[in-house]
Design a protein around this ligand. Structure first.
Ligand code: AMP
Ligand code: ZN
Length: 488
């Protein structure tokens, strides 16, 4: 729509008019998952937010190249190059190859994002598939004087870089304070300065994921992969770089430093950061042990959950908060989201059958512009949804005969709901597994079991009972027939 899209840019800490480098085209890079574990719901929040942004750009008619990487090597447990390699640790624990870990959790990540109806990115490069590019970039940074090799590892010289560049521009932190607050790390004496970070890490003898490099066998640091892959696929300067807010102070700050040292260019025009999904106001994270897996939420199989919630309820729940606000997880909020999502879906079903007349008593144009206005204001999905709920009231009033609508307005309304709910917000109709459906299905299964019993085919009747128990249905044979109950 005509109005300008405004985006909050972490780099300038202001909301700016969005102008792509090449008219009509957008290059967007989003940091992907570290696939050593299942993606948790917090990770999903970030990817749903960027999926909605991606979908909105497509809706506006942009040609978007959306690059989201897979971190499948080089991510150590600590942000400052300390600790074990996440993949190696998990692989050792399970006595499998690190690449088996990578494969399993990449597949899981894709499955979960598909359940949440996110679109695949245009390119999904892996760190292990771009080792040469990372070595080349590290070499260029050494050549430009901002990195040094020590005992087979390569480190970025932060203090030297900061003499002429604003190292903390993105995080807006005070460099001296940062230096004072950063502890000397044991075993890190190879580094010249305490803020220096690894571009390449010498592999210890037991380290499996290792590659040859000009500095001996090793593996890349976490930050260099995103710099190498974003510039390979989007150029040295592109439109948008995104990720969760937790990536600002280290990962993204270091990415910017690497790109400037290598290409003399700040890589992205707009830096977009999503806020955290929290549980009791604490960031949901794998390491804090307060994370939910999407499947636990879908099935309700978790001690903090009253029941399960469908993927679309979860997506709707996420859309109800602006991507830059925290979103606290609670049963109550999810129950409210379930009702809200159903109300929207019910209204959409009504539109096609609304009776039309020669006169509209409702103002669809105002509704449409308010929805676009919200989205153009830094992708404000909660306001856009609130406006769509005004549309739901209109639909219900016309349906009840309290308001009237012309055929043209009805079509406009239908297009608005289809565009926003399905194309942009990525919601979809879910098959309704209401208790009614379950009752019908169970009665059918019990009938088959009774027939087996009548034929004295007890192995089949027992098999049915045991299998049902495995998936959470308990059946009891009584004098009034067979009854079932759902157990967790
Ligand atoms: P990771 O797999 O840990 O590298 O994280 C993948 C993405 O999820 C990153 O962009 C993180 O910033 C983001 N993320 C991690 N925890 C949360 C959370 N609790 N809420 C929202 N995003 C998160
Ligand atoms: Zn990254």
């Amino acid at each position: 729509m005509g109005a300008t899209l405004k985006i909050y840019n972490t780099l300038s800490r202001t909301t700016e008019d969005f102008k792509p480098i090449h008219a009509g085209h957008i290059g967007m890079y989003v940091c992907g998952p570290t696939v050593y574990n299942n993606a948790h719901l917090g990770n999903c929040r970030t990817y749903i937010s960027f999926d909605t942004i991606f979908r909105y750009f497509l809706h506006l008619g942009y040609k978007v190249r959306y690059v989201r990487n897979i971190t499948d090597a080089g991510h150590l447990e600590g942000d400052s190059d300390e600790g074990d390699d996440k993949f190696a640790k998990k692989a050792k624990l399970e006595q499998v190859e690190p690449m088996e870990i990578v494969q399993r959790f990449t597949v899981d990540f894709h499955k979960v994002l598909e359940q949440l109806n996110t679109l695949p990115p245009s390119i999904e490069p892996t760190a292990t598939g771009h080792i040469l590019e990372q070595i080349e970039m590290a070499q260029k940074i050494i050549d430009s004087g901002f990195a040094y090799e020590k005992n087979g590892s390569v480190y970025f010289d932060v203090e030297k870089f900061a003499q002429k560049n604003k190292y903390t521009e993105l995080s807006n932190r005070n460099l001296d304070e940062l230096l004072n607050n950063t502890r000397e790390l044991e075993g890190q004496s190879e580094k010249k300065g305490r803020l220096d970070f690894a571009l390449w890490i010498k592999a210890k003898p037991e380290h499996i994921m290792r590659w040859n490099s000009p500095w001996g066998q090793g593996f890349p640091g976490w930050h260099i992969e995103c710099s190498a892959m974003s510039s390979k696929y989007l150029g040295n300067e592109f439109d948008i770089h995104g990720g969760g807010m937790d990536l600002i102070p280290t990962h993204h700050t270091n990415e910017i430093a690497q790109n400037i040292a290598c290409h003399q260019k700040q890589p992205a025009r707009y830096w977009i950061h999503t806020n955290m999904l929290t549980v009791n106001s604490q960031k949901m994270s794998k390491s804090l042990g307060n994370s939910f897996l999407p499947n636990e939420l879908f099935s309700g199989n978790h001690k903090l959950l009253d029941k399960g919630y469908s993927p679309m309820t979860v997506r709707f729940f996420m859309l109800q908060a602006h991507y830059r606000s925290t979103l606290d997880f609670s049963n109550e909020a999810l129950q409210a989201a379930e009702k809200g999502y159903q109300r929207l879906m019910n209204a959409v079903k009504l539109i096609a059958n609304l009776k039309t007349s020669n006169l509209s008593t409702v103002n669809c144009e105002v509704l449409i512009s308010s929805v676009y206005e919200a989205m153009n204001n830094d992708f404000n999905t909660p306001i856009a949804l609130a406006n769509l709920f005004d549309g739901v009231r209109i639909i219900n009033s016309v349906n009840d005969g309290k308001e009237s609508i012309t055929e043209k307005d009805k079509q406009t309304l239908q297009k608005l709901f289809n565009d926003f709910l399905f194309d942009i917000f990525g919601l979809k109709e879910e098959k309704n597994s209401t208790s009614e459906n379950i009752d019908g299905l169970m009665n059918l299964i019990l009938e088959i079991r009774n027939e087996a019993k009548a034929k004295k085919d007890f192995s089949t009747s027992d098999l049915i009972r045991n299998k049902l128990k495995e998936i959470g249905f308990e059946i009891k044979d009584g004098k009034d027939g067979t009854e079932f109950s759902i157990v967790n």
